[in-house]
Design a protein around this ligand. Structure first.
Ligand code: ADP
Ligand code: MG
Length: 685
């Protein structure tokens, strides 16, 4: 009894549980489980359903399933090659016979009795007449009655779902230890289970309905905590004072352009200029599919900041893109005598000194650059606006760094990687969002085709005809050097042995990340000027590059990229009025790869593409190395639980409206959980 009073603390380390020594508790730590309450909140992924077992004859082939059958014979234990043991049992029902074997589990059949009926869970193979199952788990009728849905937990090496389940079972009588974070009113409003009840039910549901009710309650709790934390982050940003500006009318800027801005561009600009004239620093995300014309909106904001007597800066993820932006912005802003400087890592020492001096003296109005802008030597004279292009390529940390370069400048981040709206709201929960949902007029969707390498000859025939029409072509290959082990089309070899051979009379250029900045710039210039017909390149051209005369994008080894990356690459074409094409070349036979590439062929919508990536690859993959700084969620899923997410957002706002710092005793547990969730994610540092 003394033991069990001891574990009546939810922050008791797991090693105090029966059967959990230092080794096992280390394995628990791998799963992020340190305390008993962590363990109670380690929710199952799914359940093995024993309520509707198969007969032997009806069991599906080669998928996990549960078969109910009677043990007919036990064949005892045998030693087989490699010092292994084999135990065999024959079971049967009215439909067929099931041969069961266990390897290296000498006692597997000891508790089975001939003539008794059991549930065997595993993969059934063999033929119609003689089915087989290897290493199944066995449960008795009594066990199944007590626990018809068996929880399946996220496991780790040396710690199976079954073991985890046994540890949790010891705790279920103490579930009341977990305090109830949700106010009573909330429980009533949504008819949610209480915390302890939900926790017990999620681990040991008596029915699918009960499991569902438990999930619903726990998902809501998790999302409410998430939304409260996000709202708090947002609050911090609002607290600071920014660079005060007058509200400017962008008409004089629009008038100098060779085309009219789209409705979406005008709307976004209005929102941005209003923010910049507000009391607090702007924190806005400009989200728009590739080619929607984000640069122009940024230019309008920059124009306005400079009209107000401030400097502005624009940071791009690659040198190529920075150079392109510096050139095109200089052209757009020239009528207003706005002086543009370029700062990249590739500058010579002397150039760099001059540029740094111009930034510090205020001689430069707009400074365009790469992350070199974040380096120590860069001192702005009076930075009023910072624009970050292709935000998803940078971490949240870089955004903060740039923020610190000046006294709270207005910040505009732009992303072409379309982020599904719910996720965008969360990732950039401390941001407002403007969306460019309209492409400039006269664009036709890029025709996308998927083909095997064997048809490269035909493809090049097509390229040659396109070039004859005066159009230009990109060909993207994965790596720089050949890698025989991976059978990749390395860009250099491909350029010499494939592209040049198949297009002997055309002008080809080679571009990759290992070229010197000056060389890159020179190749890009030639391509822009139409002096090259084809640019064979690595993905350094993935984002932002804008050459409207290019109409064909060929992507070799297309299987290597996520859909969002492919969509970005495809966005390099279809920027002019001419019909454009994207060819995905791959010899990969994998079903998933083929499906992915075919999906892209049928979808022009970047949001749908991002959604597909997110569903098939998960948000971690989607954003690279989890740079978004959002907490990991235990049970909720941002995609499928988006309605609950919205409800939780409203509820969080309502709670904070009455109790902004969560000081109310009713909210104390919530406050602690918010703190815990966000501290774990490092989002509150
Ligand atoms: P992204 O949103 O992908 O960054 P860009 O800013 O590079 O798109 O713009 C894509 C192309 O569309 C550029 O060539 C740009 O000059 C052109 N463009 C932008 N806005 C308009 C417009 N309102 N009308 C016509 N062309 C436009
Ligand atoms: Mg862009």
């Amino acid at each position: 009894m003394a033991e069990s009073t001891h574990i009546l603390q939810d922050d008791t380390p797991v090693r105090y549980l029966k059967g959990v020594g230092p080794k096992i508790s280390e394995r628990f730590e791998k799963l992020g489980i340190y305390t008993l309450s962590d363990l109670l909140c380690h929710y199952p992924r799914r359940y093995r359903d024993f309520t509707q077992p198969y007969t032997i004859g009806q069991a599906p082939f080669n998928v996990d399933c549960v078969i109910q059958a009677t043990v007919l014979a036990k064949h005892g234990m045998r030693r087989i090659s490699g010092g292994r043991t084999l135990v065999r049992v024959t079971a049967g029902d009215d439909t067929s016979v099931l041969e069961i074997s266990w390897f290296n589990n000498a006692y597997a059949a000891d508790k089975l009795e001939i003539g008794e009926t059991y549930f065997f869970e595993g993969m059934a193979s063999g033929s119609m007449l003689r089915r087989q199952m290897v290493n199944p788990t066995v449960r008795t009728q009594v066990q199944v009655q007590a626990e018809p849905l068996l929880a399946v937990y996220p496991q780790t090496e040396g710690l199976s779902s079954l073991q985890i389940g046994k540890c949790i079972a010891q705790l279920l009588d103490h579930a009341e230890l977990l305090p109830e974070p949700l106010p009573q009113a909330m429980l009533k409003k949504y008819r949610l289970l209480g915390k302890a009840e939900a926790v017990r039910a999620i681990h040991r549901p008596h029915s699918a309905e009960e499991a569902y009710a438990a999930r619903r309650r726990l998902i809501y709790e998790e999302l409410l905590i998430l939304q409260l934390g996000i709202a708090r982050m947002k609050e911090r940003n609002v607290a600071a004072a920014g660079a005060p500006m007058r509200r400017t009318d962008p008409t004089p800027f629009w008038r100098t352009l060779p085309f009219a801005p789209t409705g979406a561009q005008k709307r976004a600009t209005t929102e941005i200029l209003a923010d910049m004239a507000g009391k607090h620093p702007m924190n806005r995300l400009l989200q728009g599919d590739v080619g929607s014309g984000k640069t122009l909106v940024a230019a309008a904001a920059i124009w306005s900041a400079v009209q107000n007597g401030y400097q502005a800066t624009l940071m791009a993820p690659t040198e190529i893109l920075a150079v392109q932006h510096a050139n095109s912005l200089a052209k757009m802003l020239e009528p207003f005598n706005i002086r543009v400087a370029l700062l990249t890592g590739g500058l010579r020492a002397a150039e760099k000194r001059t540029t740094l001096a111009a930034i510090q003296s205020g001689e430069a109005d707009l400074i365009v650059g790469t992350h070199a802008l974040l380096s120590q030597g860069v001192v702005f004279r009076h930075l009023g606006l910072a624009v970050i292009d292709e935000q998803h390529r940078f971490g949240v940390r870089q955004r903060t760094l740039l923020n610190e370069k000046a006294h709270e400048p207005h910040v505009l981040v732009m992303s072409a990687t379309p982020i599904p709206r719910t996720l965008g709201l969360l990732l950039y929960g401390d941001l407002d969002i403007s969306i460019l949902d309209e492409l400039p007029p006269g664009r036709t969707p890029v025709k996308t085709r998927f083909l095997k390498g064997a048809r490269r000859g035909d493809l090049y025939g097509f390229l040659d005809r396109e070039i004859a029409l005066g159009h230009q072509v990109y060909i993207v290959c994965p790596a720089i050097e050949d890698n025989p082990a991976q059978d990749l089309n390395a860009v250099k070899t491909y350029y010499e042995d494939t592209a040049k051979q198949l297009l002997p009379n055309r002008r080809l250029g080679l571009m990759h990340g290992k070229l010197k900045p000056k060389e890159k710039a020179a190749v890009m210039e030639q391509f822009k000027a139409g002096e090259l017909d084809v640019l064979v390149s690595t993905t350094v051209i993935e984002v932002g590059v804008d050459v409207p005369n290019a109409t064909v994008m060929v992507i070799e080894n297309a299987e290597r990229y996520g859909l969002s990356a492919l969509h970005q690459l495809r966005g390099r074409v279809g920027r002019g009025a001419a019909e454009s094409w994207c060819f995905l070349v791959s010899d990969h036979d994998g079903e998933a790869v083929q499906q992915r590439l075919k999906f892209l062929c049928n979808t022009a919508d970047g949001f749908a593409v991002a959604q597909y990536d997110l569903e098939t690859r998960g948000p971690g993959d989607f954003f690279g190395n989890r740079q978004h700084g959002l907490p990991d969620l235990q049970i909720a899923d941002l995609m499928t639980d988006s309605r609950t997410l919205n409800a939780a957002q409203e509820d969080a706002a309502a709670i904070l409206a009455k109790d902004p710092t969560l000081k109310n005793p009713d909210h104390q547990i919530l406050a602690a959980l918010v703190e815990q969730m966000f501290r774990k994610a490092g989002a509150l540092n």
